[in-house]
Design a protein around this ligand. Structure first.
Ligand code: ADP
Length: 210
């Protein structure tokens, strides 16, 4: 399913606007921060470990003096996306807005760690297209049985009883990434190992080369 198929070809409502260029380039901002802006997109089932890993990676990178910011699925739905539900169209709109926010933060020079289930290939494509070269897709992998056993928020239990509809992995699909830049296998690796792999990749990708 693509964004267009999900009904998300949103026409612009305004024709008489012009993009206003500034005098500070993205590279100028990167130089001030001593790093490249980067979008790190964590995808995976609910309870696969995205948020837990993102929190730890953010802490380590911050303590190293990196400008890093975490965007998390539920948190965004409290504010910016509080008007959206979990239909396919709303899920696409959720990702479209987040991808736009990521692009702004990356443009500002931040390392953005975005944790969103983003279950469909088309959703991750949308985020990648918006962020072009400074984007890495990270598949936080654990199978549905493992996630059901963990169930830190009790969501699988409620989904299995039918209380929650359209739940990814139970009653809504999850399309595995075909070519992610990194896979974190949280079933067979400790939290510490996963975090270290992620931090190393981020440091490599956000380094300013002269
Ligand atoms: P998600 O953000 O993907 O929905 P959470 O981070 O909220 O997932 O929950 C993942 C759960 O799995 C947590 O309770 C965490 O302690 C546990 N867990 C077990 N092993 C790992 C691991 N290797 N990496 C990340 N989380 C793990």
């Amino acid at each position: 399913m693509s964004a267009v198929k999900a009904g998300l070809k949103i026409p612009m409502k305004c024709n008489n606007i012009t993009y206003h260029e500034g005098k500070v380039s993205r590279e100028d901002r990167y130089r001030v921060l001593g790093q490249k802006g980067l979008v790190v997109w964590l995808t995976g089932l609910s309870a696969s470990g995205k948020s837990t890993i993102a929190v730890e990676a953010e802490k380590i990178l911050n303590s190293m003096g990196k400008a890093v910011y975490r965007l998390d699925g539920d948190n965004i739905r409290f504010g910016l996306n509080s008007d959206l539900g979990f239909s396919e169209r709303d899920r696409f709109e959720n990702i479209r807005r987040i991808a736009e926010v990521c692009a702004l933060f990356r443009d500002a020079g931040l390392i953005v760690i975005a944790s969103f289930i983003s279950p469909l290939v088309g959703m991750r494509q949308l985020a990648r297209e918006k962020n072009s070269e400074n984007f890495i897709e990270v598949y936080v992998r654990a199978d549905v049985e493992t996630c059901m056993k963990r169930d830190p928020k009790g969501l699988y239990r409620r989904a299995l009883s039918g209380e929650i509809k359209d739940f990814t992995g139970i009653s809504a699909p999850y399309e595995e990434p075909a070519n992610p830049e990194l896979i974190l296998d949280t079933q067979n690796n400790s939290l510490g190992e996963c975090v270290q792999l992620l931090v190393d990749k981020i440091l490599e990708m956000s380094a300013l080369k002269d």
